[in-house]
Design a protein around this ligand. Structure first.
Ligand code: IVH
Length: 676
């Protein structure tokens, strides 16, 4: 074999191994060793080599997660062993009855239960041959599912290659689990769907199901599905003698398992776990609808057997739905950044899952029609996945005849401009170019913490700036004089000069923050980061074609077109120009010199408490850009603990371990940035 080819093969193999290791550190252990940028560079190099040498591409290469061509439709796949459902129980008595049945079947032999979370997603089955992922299938009707291999490959917590395959699993092994969308992703998708005029997903489960059946794997990759495995099958049998051992193997093999599970010797311990988890439910970043209780011993599972629908050795304990009934007092219409009109119901306040609920979004006109909702109606509301509860239905039996139907306004409630609902869309928008409501939302977004972070520019002040016409677009902020701000109502001299200083400081935010701040449709924080990394300047991005943008890993056509549309508007180009002239940074910050980029190489940091001049994300970026790594727990391996104000237990722990504790100024000094 020619030496050059050998060298390429070696480089590909070592890149794959390295990328896999970093993916596992990131997705499975939540403890990355390299920055996103370094990871992207490794992946880009691998893509380059595989494109140049297509015969060396393999299905288990990390590049396969990127999302290939859209499928025509999905092929049917018949499960070798049916994917059963579970019997449900809704109260503790049901659980005790299940326990009694199991004890009867076990006939005096001792046994244990495993209690684990019932994730609210959809079940998928992932097949490996000789340790390589070869197929991913949905549950379908339990007998026949759909082959969604391309999409399953995009789930980063599912290894493309198993790390360990004991002999009996060597040839083939099937891992079943629940694919789901984290709450934050679910909310983001629904916001995007609102903007695109598509109907919202009712809950994370529907969204996950809609995602896994997406024909375009690129969209799937961008949505970030996750999976928690719960079963291992080799051929037609279970390869381990207990369910608990399956979890241990799954972890060794490179899966991310759910950390909340308990091995219980009595049903009382199971009940205790169910109650504990119900309290923690709201703090998880994914939805659960209960706990699954399984007999641990595989031999007993086989003995107990299954009905045609569900196993006799397992049961789902379902948590009560978080619903309540209340009255709609009024419906108001809010105007968003893009002019979208959102009707919101003001409710008679009611207690639901620990919080008082007084409002529910009605999304759009069609949703109100679908519900046939009238002002004064009694409604059933539910909290599921989203932070804002939703209205499930009107309680018609409580109608008095006094209820008043709601009409979508024909004119903007803020500026009186015309409201238009384009054919085929569900969103009504105020189309007035100078609508102050849109402008206010735009400015608030521009100044928000994760965008240009102009502290002190709150709602009341923005209201005044817009109403007095001192600010007609975000670039005007940079022309504000101290006297003008100080002259505004209720503005003390000191806070006015603070604000001016904040506006000045915002000029040096990095390109990803600026791109996000501009409020281009479909450009959230992550997309802004991807765009900034790729194009490195606002100017270059403004000249990019749809194809060039669409070519970026994880960015799809809708986003690419939206970005191009935004820059095609001469008004927006002029805005960019004025921002640049005002001194706002429009180029990606380059880490100065090799020494700076290596300053924190291999060092582990923990951030605790409130920092003075930076957000946590900024501090993290600063550290990562210099080769350091930020973790969330203090341990002996931690090199520096950066302590801000009101630092708590992490600081105590750092002190007790005798670790090096530094403040923000020292961090900046070490990083080689001006600490002034
Ligand atoms: S075990 C034969 N474990 O719940 C055992 N299922 O209502 C089958 N689910 O179809 C499933 N989390 O989609 C099991 N930890 C878990 C689960 C789980 C969620 C889903 C699964 C199943 C449905 C049954």
């Amino acid at each position: 074999m020619p030496a050059k080819r050998q060298a390429v093969e070696r480089e590909i193999a070592s890149l794959r191994e390295e990328i896999r290791r970093h993916e596992e550190l990131y997705y499975v252990h939540d403890s990355p060793e390299i920055s996103d940028r370094e990871y992207d560079a490794l992946l880009a190099r691998l893509i380059e080599l595989e494109t140049e040498h297509p015969h060396l591409a393999t299905p288990d290469s990390p590049t396969q997660r990127v999302g290939g061509r859209p499928a025509e439709g999905f092929a049917e796949y018949v499960h070798r062993r049916p994917m059963l459902s579970l019997d449900n129980s809704y109260n503790i008595e049901d659980l005790r009855a299940f326990d009694e049945r199991c004890r009867r079947l076990a006939d005096g032999r001792p046994f244990e239960y495993v209690a684990e979370l019932k994730i609210d997603g959809l079940s998928v089955s992932v097949h490996y041959e000789h340790g390589t992922l070869v197929r991913g299938v949905t549950r379908g009707d339990g007998r026949r599912g759909e082959d969604v291999t391309q999409n399953v490959r995009t789930i980063r917590s599912v290894p493309l290659k198993l790390k360990t395959t004991p002999e009996q699993l060597e040839k083939e092994v099937e891992v079943r689990g629940e694919a789901y969308l984290p709450r934050a992703v679910f909310e983001r998708i629904n916001l995007e769907r609102d903007e695109e005029g598509q109907p919202r997903f009712a809950n994370p489960r529907n969204a996950a199901a809609g995602t896994i059946r997406q024909l375009d794997p690129k969209i799937v990759a961008a949505r970030r599905l996750e999976m928690f495995p719960y079963d291992v099958i080799a051929g037609e049998r279970k390869p381990f003698s207990t369910h608990w051992q399956s979890f241990e193997w799954l972890e060794r093999a490179g899966f991310r398992t759910n950390p909340h599970r308990a091995l219980c010797s009595t049903i009382e311990e199971v009940i205790n776990f169910c109650n504990q988890m119900e309290l923690k439910r709201d703090r998880l970043d994914y939805e659960i609808d209960g706990v699954v209780v399984k007999v641990n011993s595989t031999a007993l599972q086989d003995e107990f057997g299954s009905t045609s629908k569900a196993p006799r050795w397992a049961i789902a304990y379902k948590y009560p739905a978080r619903q309540a009934t209340t009255q709609v007092l009024s419906v108001v219409v809010q105007v968003g950044r893009t002019g979208a009109l959102t009707p919101v119901a003001n409710l008679q306040p009611v207690l639901l899952a620990g919080t008082t609920v007084a409002r529910a979004t009605l999304h759009n006109e069609d949703e109100i029609k679908r519900l046939d909702l009238r002002i004064g109606d009694w409604v059933l509301i539910e909290k599921s996945g989203e932070i804002i509860p939703k209205i499930l239905k009107v309680v018609e039996s409580l109608r008095t005849g006094q209820e008043v139907p709601f009409e979508m306004p024909t004119h903007c409630p803020v500026c009186g401009g015309l409201v238009v609902r384009p054919e085929g869309e569900v969103v009504s928008r105020c189309v007035a170019a100078d609508c102050p409501a849109q402008l206010k939302q735009n400015i608030l977004h521009f100044a928000s913490r994760r965008a240009m972070r102009i502290e002190g520019l709150g709602e009341a002040l923005v209201e005044q700036l817009v109403e007095t016409k001192l600010v007609r677009d975000v670039a005007d902020l940079y022309g504000l004089a101290l006297e003008t701000v100080a002259g505004l109502e209720r503005k003390a001299e000191k806070s006015a000069s603070n604000l001016i200083a904040q506006i000045e400081a915002s000029k040096s935010r990095d390109l990803p923050q600026l791109l996000y701040a501009l409020g281009i449709r479909h450009v959230g924080e992550r997309t802004a980061m991807l765009l900034a990394r790729h194009f490195r300047s606002l100017e270059r991005l403004s000249r990019a074609t749809v194809e060039e943008i669409d070519d970026i890993h994880e960015i799809g056509l809708t986003v690419a077109e939206s970005v191009r549309d935004w820059f095609d508007d001469p008004g927006n180009l002029e805005l960019c120009d004025r921002l640049r002239k005002a001194g706002v940074r429009t180029e990606m910050e380059e880490v100065a010199g090799a020494s700076a980029s290596e300053a924190f190489a291999g060092k582990q940091f923990v951030l605790t408490g409130r920092l003075e001049t930076m957000t946590r994300d900024e501090a993290r970026a600063l550290i990562e850009a210099r080769g350091g790594r930020v973790t969330s727990t203090v341990s002996k391996k931690t090199d520096y603990v950066v302590a801000g104000e009101e630092a708590g237990s992490k600081l105590d722990k750092a002190q007790s371990l005798g670790l090096r504790i530094i403040d923000e100024a020292e961090l900046k000094k070490m990083a080689g940035v001006d600490a002034a």
